[in-house]
Design a protein around this ligand. Structure first.
Ligand code: TLP
Length: 342
C-alpha cells in the first residue's frame, strides 16, 4: 500500500527499535526515568525554553497547555481552522471550560489587526482573553508555513496585552527544515509550544510541550490529572530522542516529493490543487470530476493508494518517511488513469 493518509503512520526505524530495547528506565511519575529526563532536557534546549514535558500525544500536549494557561470562562483566540479547534473533539471546552473565538486566517496566519480587535477589553460582561493559539505548519492550510514575521507580530500584540501564546507545532520541524532555520527561531515568539515526535519525525508515540519552569511544573500536574503520568516510559522516550535529534533534516525530502506529487496532478483537467505546497501536504479538490470523495478514495484504495477526506470535495495526501519516488510516480499515474476513465 502507498499510504498517504498521514505522516502519523510512520513506523519506528531499526535504530529506534534498538534504542527502545536498550532504554534505561525508571518510574517517571517519581521523576526517576533517566531516558525521559534526557529527552525533556534535550527538547527544552532545542526548543529554546527553560523546561519540557513528555506527553502522550499532540492532542494531550495542546490540551494540557490550554488547561495550564487558562481559567474556566476564559476565551481562547485561534485561527478558524486550527487543529485545537477543528480536530480535538471540543476538548478545549469539555476539559478547560473555556470558549473559543476563531479568526479567519490566510494560509494559517492570523492577521494582527483582526487579532487586536478580538482581544477583550475590561468589561464586566466579557470573558477574559486567556490564550492565543497559533499553528505552524498549519495542517488545514495544507502544511503552510506561517512566516516568522507573522508570529513575531502576534507575539508582540500578545505581550502588550499580557496574554500567553501557545504554538501547536505538531509539524514545526517541517517548517524549520524547509526554511533551514532552527526551531528556536520560531519558538522565541511563543510562550509555550507543543511538538509531535510521532509524525514526520517517526517516533512511535509522544509529544513534547515546552515553556518556562513554572509552566512545566503546573503542566506536569495537569498531565497527571488527565491520567498521562506514565511509569517506565523511557522505552518511548528513547525513540523520541532519536526522532528529535536525527530525523528532522530528512523532512525536506518529503517536501520535495509532495511538490512533485502536486505538479503531477495539477495537469489533470478536473482536479485543482488547493494549496501552495510549502511542506508535506497536498490538498486536492475534485469537485469538477464526476466522483465523490468516497468514490475516489475507494477507487484509489483498490489500486493500493490510501488518502483521507479533507472536506466535502477535497482529499489530503501527505508524504513521509515511507513514501518513495516510485510511490509518487505510481500515485500520479493512478490518478490519471482513474480520473480519465471513471
Ligand atoms: N493531526 C492528524 C489528525 O488529527 C488530523 C493528522 O493526520 O494530521 N496538531 C496538529 C497540527 C495536528 O496535525 C495533529 C494531528 C495534532 C495536533 C494532534 O496530534 P496527535 O494525533 O498526536 O494527538
Amino acid at each position: 500500500m502507498i499510504d498517504l493518509r498521514s505522516d502519523t503512520i510512520t513506523r519506528p526505524t531499526e535504530e529506534m527499535r534498538r534504542a527502545m530495547y536498550e532504554a534505561e528506565v525508571g518510574d517517571d511519575v517519581f521523576g526517576e526515568d533517566p531516558t525521559v529526563r534526557k529527552l525533556e532536557e534535550k527538547a527544552a534546549e532545542i526548543l529554546g525554553k527553560e523546561a519540557a514535558l513528555f506527553v502522550t500525544s499532540g492532542t494531550q500536549g495542546n490540551q494540557i497547555a490550554v488547561l495550564t494557561h487558562c481559567q474556566p470562562g476564559n476565551e481562547v483566540l485561534l485561527e478558524e481552522d486550527a487543529h485545537i479547534f477543528y480536530y480535538e473533539g471540543g476538548a478545549i471546552s469539555a476539559f478547560a471550560g473555556v470558549q473559543t473565538r476563531t479568526i479567519k486566517g490566510y494560509r494559517g496566519q492570523i492577521n494582527p489587526h483582526d487579532l487586536k480587535k478580538a482581544i477583550r477589553g475590561d468589561d464586566i460582561h466579557f470573558p477574559e482573553t486567556g490564550l492565543i493559539c497559533i499553528e505552524n505548519t498549519h495542517n488545514r492550510a495544507g502544511g503552510a508555513i506561517v512566516p516568522i514575521e507573522n508570529m513575531c507580530e502576534i507575539h508582540q500584540i500578545a505581550t502588550d496585552f499580557n496574554i500567553p501564546v501557545h504554538l501547536d507545532g505538531a509539524r514545526l520541524f517541517n517548517a524549520s527544515a524547509e526554511l533551514e532555520m532552527p526551531v528556536s527561531t520560531f519558538t522565541q515568539h511563543t510562550t509555550t509550544v507543543q511538538i509531535c515526535l510521532s509524525k514526520g519525525l517517526g517516533a512511535p508515540a509522544g509529544s513534547i510541550i515546552a515553556g518556562d519552569q513554572d509552566f512545566i511544573k503546573r503542566a506536569r500536574k495537569w498531565r497527571k490529572r488527565l491520567g498521562g503520568g506514565l511509569r517506565q516510559v523511557g522505552v518511548l522516550a528513547a525513540p523520541g530522542l532519536i526522532a528529535l535529534t536525527e530525523m528532522a533534516e530528512r523532512l525536506k525530502e518529503d517536501h520535495v516529493r509532495a511538490r512533485r506529487l502536486a505538479d503531477g496532478l495539477k495537469d489533470l483537467p478536473d482536479v485543482e490543487i488547493l494549496n501552495e505546497v510549502d511542506t508535506n501536504i497536498v490538498v486536492v479538490d475534485i469537485s469538477n470530476t464526476s466522483n465523490s470523495v468516497e468514490e475516489l478514495l475507494a477507487a484509489l484504495k483498490m489500486q493500493g493508494i490510501l488518502a483521507v477526506p479533507f472536506g466535502p470535495t477535497t482529499i489530503r495526501l501527505t508524504t513521509h518517511h515511507h513514501i518513495t519516488d516510485e510511490d509518487i510516480d505510481q500515485t500520479i499515474k493512478t490518478f490519471h488513469q482513474l480520473l480519465q476513465t471513471v
